[in-house]
Design a protein around this ligand. Sequence first.
Ligand code: MLT
Length: 312
Amino acid sequence: MKILISDKSSPKCAEILHKAGHEVDEIFGLSPEELKNIIGIFDALIVRGATKVTAEIIQAAKKLKVIGRAGTGVDNIDVKAASTRGIVVMNAPGGNSNAVAELVLGQMLMLARSLYDAAHTMKEARWEKKRFEGTEIIGKNLGILGYGRVSRLLAQKARALGMQVRCYDPKIGKDLVDEASLAVVSSLEDVLSWSDYLSVHLSLREDTQNFISRAQFQRMKRGVYVLNCSRGGIVNEADLLWALEEGIVAGAALDVFEKEPPTDFTLAKHPQVIAMPHIGAATEEAQENVSLIIAEQIADMFAGKGIRNAVN
Ligand code: MLT
């Protein structure tokens, strides 16, 4: 089979597919027009987040049988259009979950101790010791929105550091305590008003777009810290700015934006916001994991060993 890898991934990905007898082209940074012109000859396409696999690309992909996402979110792929053409869309969930959970943990500590500002003042040769009295995360309430792999890992790590954790997921909608004793609650209201830290780990869907907007901010504890390392567009950016200005939100950590890269950096530049350029999964380990997982899944599919982690 002929396979195109169109976003930079670990060399292991091409290696595994070569070994399985496939022909692999690694061509990065293609424009939509360039991708459309060449996609017709490929049986499989492997992407990360940069390549936008639109309906137009899928229409031109006459031989395509599978689109593999070396990562979790498939919002850069028109899954509906792929399904219509009988193309399997698969992802590599779990491969980068720990990287994201660790980033959130780091962000919580950054927010609690103003670590960004404290380090930055020293770079400017300023000694502002009195300015930086922070708080501790031990004993604080962490609310997690979305009950998936990242959430469970984050919950485990946060509890090990002495935090209380509650989780809400609109897809679950009932109270339960999972096998790791993590409380999943049926009321969003409950999590919003209880949390000292609120971390968003939902996937971007029609029902999660603007999931956290002004009405939800109004129900939060004053002084809450809000973190989003899932997808831009789930936390309404204009409303977050409003909540920061109103003093409802004491600080926010954002790894994802409605538009990436943002055209408007107002939120990223806000003094109470620490912003990152979507680096949640950017670790050597995570990139190797997801590349390996997706390559093996595609090799197995072509070898008739079944389809794993299909999202359609
Ligand atoms: C994912 O969905 O896997 C992460 O957001 C990382 C990425 O987009 O590569």
